[in-house]
Ligand binder design. Structure first.
Ligand SMILES: NC(=O)c1ccc[n+]([C@@H]2O[C@H](COP(=O)([O-])OP(=O)(O)OC[C@H]3O[C@@H](n4cnc5c(N)ncnc54)[C@H](OP(=O)(O)O)[C@@H]3O)[C@@H](O)[C@H]2O)c1
Length: 305
């Protein structure tokens, strides 16, 4: 495949998983030119520029912006934060990519889509929009590579539980006895960067990504204990209590409904999955919970010696 211009990375500033930001760094490390799309000029944009990316500002809901930022790029990573207009942004990117022509469009999706059908969707508007978006991209005829990760370690397993692990040594989430195999966003980014560096063999493929182990939350808590060298336990909080706390955080309703659905699906055992996409694409196994918690030990209140 001929190398034509920069690789466009959307959502490059990074908010939760920051897949776009990590992809940008990995591609620059490989010596590839990257056009990093951000929503606004801020410290994160400055850091991307300092790292060597061409930074462009734009709104993924605005077709003219998307045309301007994609023009001149032949490969694109499309991903942005969970938001109510996700399908509209996906379609905008598809329309512009068809107009300009691309060699590869790497589309961020979710592993739950693998279990969805017309008769069996989920209550998450985000998951439904990924399910619809994947189908429309397939109809588009674009050279798409689909990335379907399971739950990221950065959300439920870091941001949401860091305060209770720090203060009470407890992971408090409403996952019941359900098993889960969270994946590090850094591993997801490694897959995306590997695909973008040489998309040819990957076009048309769907990669399901999980961590290396599917286990219940007692098992997850044991990995926290090992990583922090102190006891961390799991407390299965009632879904209603967790929802009340969630709503205090002031997320948009779209995000609340998505997170509540993820919790319900965990309880129902629907996150008990294992896939080898990370190792198959990158040649390196996915990060374990223990490794992830060790890396983020300070956020969990530090490691005991
Ligand atoms: N979290 C999980 O457990 C999980 C699991 C599987 C799949 N996923 C998927 O992963 C994706 C999220 O990836 P991520 O965590 O890497 O994203 P992220 O870090 O949360 O967000 C990436 C960036 O998107 C930007 N953005 C939002 N709306 C935009 C717009 N209208 N125009 C331009 N940029 C916009 C944000 O900019 P600002 O920061 O400036 O607002 C943000 O920096 C979603 O598709 C989600 O469904 C997530």
């Amino acid at each position: 495949m001929a190398d034509n211009g920069s690789i466009l990375v959307t959502g490059a500033a990074g908010q939760l998983g920051a897949v776009g930001r990590t992809v940008t760094g990995l591609l620059l490390d490989r010596g590839l030119p990257v056009r990093a799309m951000v929503r606004r000029e801020d410290d994160r944009a400055a850091a991307l520029r300092a790292a060597g990316a061409e930074v462009v500002v734009g709104d993924l809901f605005d077709p003219a912006d998307v045309y301007r930022v994609l023009n001149g790029c032949r490969r694109v990573y499309f991903g942005m934060s969970v938001s109510a207009g996700y399908l509209e942004a996906t379609m905008t990117m598809a329309v512009v990519a068809r107009e300009l022509g691309v060699d590869a469009l790497v589309n961020m999706s979710q592993m739950t889509v693998s279990q969805m059908s017309i008769q069996d969707t989920t209550q998450s508007p985000q998951q439904r929009q990924h399910w619809l978006g994947e189908q429309a991209l397939a109809w588009s005829g674009l050279p798409v590579v689909t990335i379907r990760p399971t739950v990221f370690l950065e959300g439920f397993f870091l941001r949401f539980v860091a305060p209770t692990v720090r203060d009470r040594g407890r992971i408090e989430v409403p996952f019941g006895r359900g098993k889960t195999s969270p994946v590090a966003a850094g591993d997801v980014a490694r897959v995306v960067a590997t695909v973008l560096a040489d998309p040819g063999p990957h076009v048309g493929r769907i990669y399901e990504l999980t961590g290396p182990r599917s286990q219940d939350m007692q098992g997850v808590a044991r990995e926290y204990s090992d990583a922090l060298n102190r006891e961390v336990t799991y407390s299965d909080v009632p879904l209603e209590d967790w929802e009340r706390e969630l709503r205090k955080q002031g997320f948009p309703e779209h995000v609340n409904r998505h997170l509540l659905t993820m919790a319900e699906l965990h309880r129902a055992g629907r996150y008990d999955r294992l896939a080898d996409g990370v190792e198959r694409v990158t040649g390196r196994p996915a990060m374990s919970v223990r490794e992830f918690v060790s890396l983020h030990a300070d956020e969990f209140g530090g490691r005991r010696t």
